[in-house]
Design a protein around this ligand. Structure first.
Ligand code: CS2
Ligand code: MG
Length: 403
């Protein structure tokens, strides 16, 4: 089944997305997410200049061979741009294979290992009362897991705080990176009061999560983890810059609070030490930044051997195509943990018609053949690319820091 067309569609329905659409000689199409927040055109160019021409004439059925053709064939290996580009091809080919087989992709991955995919939503607030009220919105909507972020007193801006009436937090804002100020001491003193207030108000009948977003040193992360133990958080996420895998040995010496890492990773080698030394409890690699379904299954398979569960990234900058593919993988993996779900900004739903659904805290990818998501090119054309950058952080003395 030869590939006769492969094109990159860049659109901005509420935020920028990059989508690869592959068409076969039979007229079947498949879509893959190639969005890399703040560096979208790098992946779009990698695909359109260096990958799409090589796909023409290849057999769409040969997913594994195509993966290695693109991975080994690039010579220069790994990295977020390369692995997001390969992911988009891989996801699109699994979409096509599902359509040929007449099955939803999760059936090709071993079938349903659960009734649905437990997801967590993002509650936040400009202060503790606001954050507590926002938690109620998610619990009332049926979520069984809620991530809570609150603005740190004394800081002008804090990661993860939604503004206005939007249901979604969108960090990529300015045409140049906003420069935020960070204060670790203020943060470490404040977060336990937030988690304690949540448990005081709502009890322990749901999973409570928090994203540290790469901002602590290992010993600070140990201190935070220990301070949160009374509140039984489901995980602290990205406590320290994830590339320093050995640093997590120090965190583990100081706390039993579970740790989730991986959204900035793009290959199994990025997380091999964290998994094989059991330095984390959840691996957050996403299907669209980690080489697609083919490679993500390898990461999750390694994690299963070491008792590490999945907890894939699912912020708004991962498109509805990514979410659909993630849900198919989540349905089938044995060591599923949880899936992040931040509803996409309007009018993304007009551009990406989909079959996935949410009910009673669980999501399901749907049972149509393939991924159950598509891109409406006419709608996509209405929303031209709008360059946006993620913020940067500086300490109060101006030192560049992790955002
Ligand atoms: C965050 C993301 O959802 C999360 O866990 O870490 O919002 C992250 O900041 C964005 O995906 C960056 O583009
Ligand atoms: Mg995160």
């Amino acid at each position: 089944m030869k590939i006769v067309d492969a094109k990159v569609i860049v659109t901005c329905p509420g935020r920028n997305y990059v989508t690869l659409k592959i068409t076969t000689e039979d007229g079947l199409t498949g879509v893959g997410d190639a969005t890399l927040n703040g560096r979208e055109l790098a992946v779009a160019s990698y695909l359109s200049e260096h990958v799409c021409p090589l796909l023409i004439g290849r057999d769409a059925h040969r997913i594994e061979d195509t993966w290695h053709y693109l991975y080994k064939g690039a010579y220069w290996r790994r990295g977020p741009v390369t692995m997001t580009a390969i992911a988009a091809v891989d996801i699109a080919l699994w979409d096509i294979k599902g359509k040929v087989a007449g099955l939803p992709v999760y059936q090709l991955l071993g079938g349903a290992a659960r009734a649905g995919v437990t997801v967590y939503g993002h509650a936040s607030g400009g202060d503790v009362p606001e954050a507590l009220d926002d938690v109620a919105r998610f619990l009332d909507a049926g979520y069984r897991a809620v991530r809570v972020q609150a603005a740190v007193p004394g800081l002008d801006k804090t990661y993860g705080i939604r503004s206005g009436s939007s249901l979604t937090y969108e960090p990529a804002a300015g045409v140049r990176p906003a420069e935020d100020v960070w204060d670790t001491g203020a943060y470490l003193d404040f977060v336990p009061t937030v988690m304690g207030a949540v448990r005081d108000r709502y009890g322990f009948g749901f999973q409570l999560l928090h994203d540290v977003h790469h901002r602590l040193t290992p010993i600070e992360a140990g201190r935070l983890g220990r301070s949160l133990e009374p509140y039984r958080v489901f995980w602290i996420e990205d406590p320290t810059p994830a590339e320093d895998q050995a640093a997590f040995r120090l965190i583990r010496q100081h706390t039993t609070t579970p740790i989730a890492v991986g959204e900035v990773f793009n290959s199994i080698w990025d997380c091999q030490q964290l998994i094989t030394e059991r330095l984390i409890d959840y691996i957050r690699t996403s299907v669209s930044h980690t080489g697609g379904i083919t490679h993500l299954r390898r990461v999750f398979g390694l994690a299963e051997l070491y008792g590490v569960r999945t907890g894939s990234h699912g912020a708004t900058d991962l498109s509805p195509v990514c979410l659909a593919a993630a849900l198919h993988v989540d349905m089938a993996v044995p060591n599923f943990g949880i899936q992040e779900y931040m509803s996409h900004l309007d009018p993304a739903g007009d551009v990406f018609p989909h079959h996935y659904s949410f009910s009673d805290g669980l999501m399901h990818p749907g049972d149509v053949p393939g991924l159950g998501v598509d891109i409406d090119e006419d709608q996509a054309a209405k929303y031209p690319y709008d360059p946006k950058y993620l913020p940067v952080n500086r300490l109060r003395d101006g030192t560049m820091y992790d955002w």
